[in-house]
Design a protein around this ligand. Structure first.
Ligand code: SF4
Length: 408
């Protein structure tokens, strides 16, 4: 991690084999949207998320069928050589499901508990304690995951009453933020009082408004050393979801806040769930925090680009690099830091190409139809004709093999 990111020290929590907090790299995680009881579909989606780079995957465990499915899902994944830690997301009936399905409790890598809907009234503490007892039995960590949409209303009402008596009452949005923070921290302290170790707790306080999320996590980071799971909840679809999540997460990450991130995008019906993993990785990588896959620098194109060829080449190269990563990860260590530039003309093309490990500058309007290629800042070859894409890919592949091979 670059020196500009001064991380606040947190406890290290092991989620299966993945460390969260305590100075370990910021972890990318995601969540399925299949019916967990549909074993085949859930295995398929977890596998895809993992292949895309999700290091932890959460599944909802909302009923007996889904609790019963967990061992089968994990078995199905292991058959495909996928050992990604699976987290169970529990709400109202989590205590009952974990008690009734010990294999599910044993095989999950972490339990997500929402203190706002773990139980009502006097049952709340009893049911929460039952879940913590099971976590202790199986030596599992938990995430105390508070969410604005399911904030403990009794707690909020009591805080509002107290607030109204103050000479200078807090504005309602500040009170809401404080209620979320207190709900998370008090629930964590309860869990500790029942014997859960501090290095078994991750905290999250998710809201859907960017500025509120930033203020809440800045405050959490001051008040606690539990690792923090960052995410803007209900971020939305398409560019809105991506922009809102990036705006919130980037500011917090820049301040050294956050140990694991999830980008909660609403996929369009034909969109892959894995996009949320790509976005999370790209936030970390473009900020210089962690590298996952070689990135393509491409100019936006303008009136000097005569056809869509340049866009097609940039897309083809980015897709080729991303799809190659699952195989390259082990064979070519360090390749994730490689940069490739695909530029539309000679105005900025050679300059950007020289800065990248490999760069190509395609011919713009009125330019000679040739494409100079730069490798480590030096012009090596000029491509022409209709096989430019094919030849450029071969140059990239050759660079990867000669610079990152383990056997070198
Ligand atoms: S590099 Fe050339 S094609 Fe690309 S935006 Fe700049 S001027 Fe336009």
């Amino acid at each position: 991690m670059k020196e500009i990111f001064i991380k606040k020290p947190t406890y290290q929590v092991m989620v299966g084999s993945v460390p969260v907090g305590g100075g370990s790299p910021i972890v990318v995680q995601s969540m399925t949207n299949t019916d967990t009881a549909d074993i085949q579909k859930t295995v398929e989606q977890v596998f895809d998320l993992w292949k895309a780079g999700s290091e932890i995957v959460r599944v909802t465990v909302n009923n007996e069928a889904s609790a019963d499915a967990i061992p089968h899902i994990i078995e199905g994944l292991q058959k495909r050589n996928c050992h990604v830690p699976i987290v169970g997301d529990f709400h109202f009936n989590g205590h009952k499901l974990l008690q009734a399905y010990p294999e599910c409790a044993k095989l999950l890598a972490k339990y997500r508990i929402n203190p706002g809907n773990v139980g009502k009234g006097s049952r709340r503490d009893e049911q929460f304690e039952a879940m913590i007892a099971i976590a202790k039995t199986y030596d599992k960590p938990v995430r105390i995951g508070v969410n604005w949409g399911s904030l403990d209303q009794v707690k909020l009402a009591a805080m509002m009453d107290e607030n109204a008596k103050l000479k200078m009452p807090l504005p309602s949005d500040a009170l809401m933020r404080e209620a979320l923070i207190q709900s998370a921290l008090e629930s964590a302290e309860q869990a500790v009082s029942w014997g859960l170790q501090k290095n078994k707790i991750v905290i999250s306080c998710k809201v859907s408004v960017v500025q509120d999320l930033i203020l809440i996590y800045q405050e959490l980071a001051k008040r606690t050393s539990y690792p923090l799971h960052l995410g803007l909840t209900e971020a939305g679809m398409g560019s809105k979801g991506i922009v809102a999540s990036t705006a919130a997460l980037a500011i917090l990450l820049q301040q050294g806040i956050g140990d694991t991130i999830r980008v909660s995008l609403t996929p369009t019906p034909d969109e892959s769930r894995t996009n949320e993993v790509v976005v999370a990785q790209e936030i970390l990588q473009t900020m210089g925090i962690r590298s996952f896959t070689p990135l393509v620098t491409a100019c936006p194109g303008c009136g000097r680009t005569t056809s869509t060829y340049f866009q097609e080449l940039a897309l083809e190269i980015q897709t080729f690099l991303r799809e190659s990563m699952p195989q390259w990860k082990d064979t070519f260590p360090g390749v994730e830091d490689m940069s490739v530039a695909v530029m539309g003309c000679v105005v900025n093309g050679p300059g950007e190409s020289k800065l990248a490990n490999i760069g190509i500058s395609l011919p713009g309007t009125g330019e000679i139809p040739v494409a100079p290629v730069f490798v480590d800042g030096e012009k090596t070859v000029t491509l022409k004709g209709d096989k430019i894409a094919h030849e450029f890919k071969a140059i990239v592949m050759n660079y990867v093999e000669s610079h990152y091979s383990k056997l070198k």
